[in-house]
Design a protein around this ligand. Sequence first.
Ligand code: SF4
Length: 329
Amino acid sequence: MTELLRLEEVQVVFERGWIRKRKGARAVSGVSMVIREGEIFALVGESGCGKTTLGRIALGLLRPTSGRVLYRGKDIWSADGKGLRPTGQMVHQDSYSALNPARTVYQTLAAPLRRYGVPRSKLKEEAEKLLEFVGIMPPKYFLNKYPYHLSGGMRQRLVFARSIIPKPRFIVTDEPVSMIDASLRLSILDLMLKLNCEFKIAFLYITHDLATARYLAQEGKIAVMYLGKIVEEGRMKEVLERPLHPYLRALLSAAPVPDPEIARKKKLLQLKEAEPPSAEAPPSGCGFHPRCPYAEGVCSREEPPLRDFGEGHRGACHLIEVLPPWRLM
Ligand code: SF4
């Protein structure tokens, strides 16, 4: 697959204090990653780890403090890459605030359709086609409805319908199903798979939920982020079957499973501390060491590099070779 987007050693520091300069918070630190055409890439991590900031960088909505963002080989922050920003579309968690409450479904779609060259006489027909494609049925019935008439799932479908009007190659979705009823989540993920399959749209799927990441990116990739850094990445199947980093192991051991038999036998990997450290005062060495049950002396002194353990499966931990073999039970 051809390379679509490349981040190279991207770093973002949010400065604090206008008068008395205080030390800034490093939201993203030295992140490099590649997303290919039509690929689904899941970015997983807990709240505040920097994944939304990274999503905004990937779209060109936020300029990194240092590092490069290349879209189809061109630096989007260089003079001749300026026209490439934004690199795609964004779908947010809260579909209600993403839509103008004073605009009907038709108006929500007609404005961008006009902008992208659809003649006035064809607007209704095109809007109906979009609604049908994303599963808002029957389209005629919903055209004159307002966002508050729609369920959360329907609103998110409408946001997806609007997002594909410019024919994007790339969409960043930031927790798109976390505010939707559990029974409807799969249908929204299936809609994303349909967009990926029919239009070859690449997705960066930002989430804290490993189960939905696994479902959506089963043929794609996953990167696990902790305190502004990628601590593990690789093909989804390989990473979840053979997790390298203790943080991912802890996430997997804490993930609920529907089978009560397995749930009873499952061993929880206990962390030393529940709360993550602050990005303003990150720990020395490995950022996970205050919470890691395996931490040794070297962990607080030296930062572990992201090392390759075969076929692009990379992990950032000093002790990967000597950790106990992974078992869920
Ligand atoms: Fe844990 Fe040390 Fe590995 Fe960090 S480097 S994850 S503290 S074992």
